[in-house]
Design a protein around this ligand. Structure first.
Ligand SMILES: [Zn+2]
Length: 324
């Protein structure tokens, strides 16, 4: 038998991390959104390293202590000391648990939307006239969804009638967010296909309103990452904040991505601008201030009601006024 090398003391299977099945990313859709934006798992991995650093350290020390004890028992204390760095490297190499993967595996699907980059105009405030006729709105929707005239006429009428404020035209679907990453910014997806019972919504994230319908259709669109969003991270979020729906509500939309380019192009969604604006409002509020024009009550302090015409609520700090 050849003499035992220090490598023989390192177990073949090493787990430097333990991720409980209860641990997942369901309450960390902010991190998921950051990964979607960057087409990379990196924003998540950075967090995971932080979360699991202590556990990794403790587990590594545990393995080292066991190996040291075993080698000392065989009279190899010196060999251990000489090779400790090599032993550490080998432990990392043999580690079979990636906590990022485990957390993703434990996570539920996330409500996502793909913006068609089309804004449907709603009613003019305080009047009963739409800014655009239903015929024009319908034409915009049909063009965006590549529908023939008359196709899904009832559903589209229902959609428009129930979204009086208008908003952005979106397709809602559920996804494990990591399946929407190529991890290579230079080589992103080129197309995305939606089929099954496709959930089509008009959602107004600025004012918090919207409606959706289910269309049994099949549509392939150019993939434009700027049009892809984690719903909960665009306020007001349609599924949570506006409708309060169960996570599974948009399961019926099936989807797949592809790498073959399409000739057509996507109109850009306005939501990334909106998201940036929201982030600025949040930051200002956390720093103790507020912003004129930010219509989210929660980001103002000491607002009070004015009971004379025009009635409404006012913020004494920035002057934002919510008319009744
Ligand atoms: Zn204010």
């Amino acid at each position: 038998m050849p003499p035992k090398s220090w490598k023989d003391y390192v177990p073949r299977y090493v787990s430097l991390y333990y991720v409980d099945y209860n641990e997942n990313l369901d309450s960390r859709e902010d991190l998921q959104e950051r990964c979607i934006r960057r087409n990379s798992l990196h924003p998540l991995e950075e967090q995971v390293w932080e979360w699991y650093a202590e556990q990794e350290h403790d587990n590594l020390q545990g393995y080292l202590a066991d190996i040291r004890k075993a080698m000392e028992a065989d009279g190899k204390a010196d060999e251990y000391a000489r090779n400790e760095e090599g032993i550490k490297d080998l432990l990392y190499e043999r580690n079979s648990i990636d906590p990022t993967d485990e957390l993703i595996d434990n996570s539920a699907v996330t409500n996502m939307f793909y913006s068609l980059g089309v804004e449907i105009e709603g009613y003019v405030y305080g009047s009963n006239a739409r800014k655009e006729s239903e015929a024009i709105s319908l034409r915009k929707i049909r063009r965006a969804l590549k529908l023939k005239k008359g196709q899904f006429a009832d559903e589209l009428h229902e959609l428009l009638a129930n979204a009086p404020y208008g908003g952005e035209l979106r397709i809602y679907f559920n996804a494990i967010f990591s399946r929407l990453l190529t991890g290579d910014t230079g080589n992103d997806f080129k197309r995305i296909r939606f089929y099954g019972d496709v959930i089509v919504a008009i959602a107004d994230s600025r004012n918090g309103a919207g409606y959706h319908v289910r269309l049994p259709t099949d549509i392939t669109l150019p993939f434009c990452r700027d049009n892809l969003f984690t719903d909960s991270q665009v306020h007001y979020s349609y599924a949570n904040e506006i409708c309060g729906m169960l996570n599974s509500w948009c399961d019926s939309t099936r989807w797949e991505t592809g790498m073959k380019p399409l000739k057509s192009t996507m109109r850009k969604s306005r939501m990334s601008e909106h998201q940036k604006q929201e982030a600025l409002y949040e930051k200002r509020f956390r720093e103790g201030g507020c912003t004129l024009g930010d219509m989210n009550h929660k980001r103002h302090r000491n607002t009070y009601y004015i009971n004379s015409f025009p009635c409404g609520t006012k913020c004494p700090h920035c002057g934002t006024f919510w008319i009744d």
